[in-house]
Write a protein of this length. Structure first.
Length: 178
């Protein structure tokens, strides 16, 4: 059961667009079959929601069997699809960047990881980044350093999404732009 991180991000994006913010980004959205069972995830660019691509599908599905060598749990990850949406977003000239999410599937991309590191700690810092990350105890060991740095940086404010907080978080985040 998901907690609502993507829903929070989509609400924030919508609110910022209404305010006229120079926003770009992407979010990952669950894909469900007719019975309501989750079968995968799509990657969706904020500026082009109709141009969604498959990020991951259950390995048992025919699409997933094609040629993905990347896997998380029961899902095959389509790295080319991810990079074709995410990398242009990270290179955009937006003042506000939405990254949902920086997680296991997304970090198969070395280019994505390098760009995220550069955005947060290097020369191409954005004015404002809204991102979702896993809880530290759920981080794969090979990426632990990145997440430890994100948590340790005093410029970064980490908000926990919970069932209790998720409805109020969009407004709390938007207040940073007032």
């Amino acid at each position: 059961m998901s907690i609502g991180k993507t829903t929070v991000c989509k609400k924030v994006a919508s609110m910022l667009e209404r305010k006229g913010g120079k926003l770009d980004g992407f979010y990952t959205e669950e894909v469900r079959d007719r019975s309501g069972a989750r079968i995968g995830f799509d990657i969706v660019r904020v500026k082009d929601p109709e141009g969604r691509l498959s990020l991951a599908r259950l390995r048992s599905s025919t699409d997933a069997q094609k040629d993905s060598k990347y896997h998380v749990g029961n899902y095959s990850v389509f790295l080319n699809n991810f990079e074709s949406v995410a990398l242009p977003v990270l290179n955009s000239d937006a003042d506000i960047l939405l990254i949902d999410e920086i997680g296991k599937m997304e970090l198969f991309s070395g280019d994505f990881k390098r760009k995220v590191m550069d955005i947060f700690f290097g020369t191409s810092k954005k004015a404002f980044v809204i991102g979702t990350i896993p809880e530290l105890h759920k981080v794969p060991q090979q990426h632990a350093t990145l997440f430890q740095k994100l948590h340790a940086d005093e410029r970064i404010k980490i908000l926990n999404v919970s069932y209790q907080s998720r409805n109020n978080l969009p407004g709390e985040i938007i207040r940073h732009f007032s």
